[in-house]
Design a protein around this ligand. Structure first.
Ligand code: FAD
Ligand code: FES
Length: 220
């Protein structure tokens, strides 16, 4: 884990999302599913973001502008600088036999990097609208559905090794269907490395810090 001040190398619109590219410098991209805390200009606290793409000295983050911090990150321009801390947390376990990636909405953010590391396995992606579904272009080999169809409707009976990220109801449905699935959960995070307890969630009756124990957890 390192904290560095990095330069924005470019931004792209992908449907309603922004792909923010930063010069990786001395930062290790880590394992897919791990995350970085990005300084959000003008905001006191950084915001957690999954690595979306890691190639050729760059890290890229796919950001949904849902509030002041994410909007500030999406408005960064090429050449501007921000503090970046990571990689943090536990990513996906990559020793799997029959990977099937499942993503919903902005939850597809870690899947391009994951797909690259696993050799482009099949993926099932779900989105609210066709506009949001433009982000599916970042994930090779993907079957895409748009509401009112949900990803769980496309899931085969023998789904194999599911690795998923998406909204809580989607993860809860997958947990029921695939007990050994690897699921990337979210909680609001202030520090990202175990110091503030802001991300504490109840797991098996115990309060655990999602930034340390997760964000990727086994469904069972
Ligand atoms: C490990 C991890 C990885 C993430 N990766 C990405 C990513 O790759 N791309 C991306 O766009 N977003 C990602 N997020 C979510 C992102 O960090 C939040 O959307 C962001 O911090 C919101 O900040 P804001 O100031 O824009 O909005 P805020 O004003 O902080 O929040 C807007 C609304 O969203 C709710 N909210 C904020 N953060 C979360 C959260 N983490 N979980 C549930 N509800 C929340 C708030 O309660 C509020 O209702 C990730 C979160 C985690 C924990
Ligand atoms: S975000 Fe501070 S302990 Fe997890």
């Amino acid at each position: 884990m390192r904290r560095e001040r990095r330069r924005v190398t470019g931004t792209e619109q992908v449907g309603p999302y922004t792909l923010l590219r930063v010069d990786a410098g001395g930062l290790d991209a880590g394992v897919p599913g791990q995350f970085f805390m990005l300084e959000a200009p003008g905001r006191p606290l950084p915001r957690p973001m999954s690595v979306c793409l890691a190639a050729a000295g760059e890290l890229a983050f796919l950001i949904d502008p849902i509030g002041p911090g994410t909007r500030a990150l999406c408005s960064l321009e090429r050449g501007e600088e921000l503090h970046v801390l990571g990689p943090l947390g536990n990513g996906f376990e990559l020793e799997v036999e029959r990977p099937l990636l499942v993503g919903g909405g902005i939850g597809i953010a870690p899947l391009p990097f994951l797909s690259q590391r696993l050799g482009n396995p099949p993926a099932i992606l779900g989105f609210r609208t066709d506009w949001h579904a433009e982000a599916a272009a970042l994930v090779p080999n993907a079957e895409v559905c748009v509401e009112p169809t949900y990803v769980t409707e496309l899931l085969p009976d023998d789904a194999g090794d599911v690795l998923a990220c998406g909204p809580e109801p989607m993860l809860a449905a997958l947990r029921e269907r695939v007990p050994h699935a690897q699921l990337a959960w979210e909680a609001p995070m202030a520090c990202g490395y175990g110091a503030c307890y802001g991300c504490a969630v109840e797991i098996d009756g115990e309060l655990k810090r999602l930034c340390v124990e997760g964000p990727v957890l086994r469904a069972a």
